[in-house]
Design a protein around this ligand. Structure first.
Ligand code: GLN
Length: 490
């Protein structure tokens, strides 16, 4: 049997569609390839693979109409967007039937920024409905398949964006991460994904799931591309009051300069290496720790004692916020409305009953319950207090370590359908990713090898606004290893 993946010796050997964007930038500038050719190729790859992979909910013609950014890094480079990021004149469904026919009249700030940079937007990607899920099986528009093995999930909720990059249709894709929805699918599809610090990237135009946790971030082939992507989308936005005015360095310049890993302290949380981790995952992550040690990093043990509360805390806070955010979908303001109803209340009820899928309804009910009078103190308020404890754990850990290293997921990609009957098992798989959202810190996932022929992700997290350090360390790792050169055979 032929392998389900190909490992290249270097970027030069890779076919154009798998090369990193920084290599494509060089080729465009050297006139080895034209922007028009690139977009045509990307659109063709996206269209021809979509029948099997179902990564895209819509595919557009690319950047022909875009005038911006002649001298910018992303000019002419094909990119894709998760379908909960609003795009003027292009349908934006958030993977839900209730928004099936919603065509926004404005662009999200990140979209505006990418257009200004001249990026070629080739399509909108599939996702779990309203970003609720870890497998993209909760989309109203069918499951997205993992290009490494189409009987397996790509992860979620930004599964379509991960697959767009992993299958060579886009050089960069944006996703959203509320509890791991960028890092987890990046890990399961063998690409890089990052959740920036809360506030680093504007969320104006991101369809809200849980507003105190949501962040937009990129998927890319390597850490240098990730730095370029963050350069393009970060910054304060007067339209998003939670966006930060923290000054942003040029992340790509910082990463390109290189980082001396000698003496950099990498913290390993004891709580993240317990039982229940697939052998191949734990082996690959331990090898990565060995690699960092070889590079001169100092490995220190750190404690995150409140990790055991992370899942219940997240699933209380996220559902509470979702129940409030999703109240706007009522059959009046956006597209979908039930065909038959007796009165206004009946219209609201039938519209929401027919428009939302099972997981979204489950979360609205849980969240409404957690917020209801008499239960608020016991659930929501207690969860907020525990969240503070989790934040404090990280501040304590970052007083001992520059970065924290851990697995992204307890196991490689699972089979489609394997966990759909049991939402709790699905929720448990978020154990290593949700704490970063609760603590508002940045975290990324990069490939670190395979387990049973499927990709494994390595998570690096940093303290608030330490994306530069995190990305530079990730790139130093990639300069000395070849895991990111291993791609799905598609
Ligand atoms: N899997 C988590 C959930 O289902 C995280 C989702 C996300 O980050 N959007 O809520």
């Amino acid at each position: 049997m032929s392998e389900n993946y190909i490992k290249y010796a270097n970027y030069k050997e890779m076919p154009v569609h798998f090369k990193p964007a920084h290599e494509i930038r060089r080729m465009i500038d050297a006139k080895e390839i034209s922007e028009a050719e690139l977009t045509k190729m990307a659109v063709e790859r996206a269209s021809s693979s979509n029948g099997v992979l179902n990564a895209f909910l819509s595919i557009s013609g690319g950047g022909a109409e875009l005038a911006g950014g002649k001298n910018s890094f992303w000019a002419g480079i094909p990119v894709a967007l998760k379908d909960n990021i609003v795009t003027k004149g292009i349908k934006t469904t958030a993977g839900s039937k209730i928004l099936e026919n919603y065509t926004p009249i404005y662009d999200a700030t990140v979209v505006q920024k990418l257009k200004n940079a001249g990026a070629s937007i080739i399509g909108k990607t599939n996702m779990d409905e309203f970003a609720m899920g870890s497998s993209t099986e909760n989309s109203a528009f069918g499951v997205t398949k993992n290009p490494w093995d189409i009987t397996r999930v790509p992860g979620g909720s930004s599964g379509g964006s991960a697959v767009a990059v992993a299958s060579g249709s886009a050089y960069m894709a944006l996703g959203s991460d509320t509890g791991g929805s960028i890092r987890q699918p990046a890990a399961l599809c063998g690409v890089c994904g990052m959740k920036p610090t809360y506030g680093r990237v504007s969320r104006y135009g991101l369809i809200a799931f849980a507003s105190s946790l949501d962040q937009i971030g990129p998927f890319t082939r390597d850490a240098l591309d990730m730095a370029h992507a963050l350069d393009a989308i970060c910054g304060h936005d007067p339209k998003d009051s939670t966006s930060s005015a923290a000054p942003a360095e040029s992340f790509s310049d910082f990463v390109k300069k290189g980082m001396d890993m000698n003496g950099v302290k990498i913290g390993i949380p004891d709580e993240y290496f317990g039982e229940g981790i697939e052998q191949g995952v734990s082996d690959r992550v331990k090898e990565a720790i060995g690699q960092f040690e070889k590079m001169g990093a100092k490995i220190v043990s750190v404690k995150l004692p409140h990790t055991k509360y992370a899942i219940p805390v997240y699933y209380l806070i996220a559902t509470a916020e979702a129940s409030s955010n999703l109240s706007r979908f009522d059959g009046v303001k956006y597209g979908f409305r039930a065909a038959e109803f007796k009165n206004l209340k009946d219209m609201y009820m039938k519209t929401r009953d027919e428009g939302f899928g099972a997981e979204v309804k489950r979360r609205i009910i849980l969240g409404t319950y957690a917020l209801s009078s008499g239960y608020y103190d016991a659930y929501y308020k207690t969860a907020q207090k525990a969240r503070t404890k989790i934040k404090e754990d990280f501040q304590d850990a970052f007083s001992r370590a520059d970065l924290i290293l851990s697995p992204v997921t307890p196991a490689a990609a699972f089979k489609i359908g394997e966990k759909t009957a049991d939402p709790l098992t699905m929720y448990m798989s978020d154990i290593f990713t949700i704490s970063a959202n609760l603590a508002s810190i940045p975290a990324l996932s990069i490939p670190c090898g395979l387990s049973g022929g499927m990709p494994v992700g390595l998570q690096l997290s940093g303290n608030y606004f330490q994306e530069g350090k995190m990305l530079a360390a990730a790139y130093e790792f990639q300069k000395r290893t070849d895991h990111h050169l291993c791609v799905a055979a598609v």
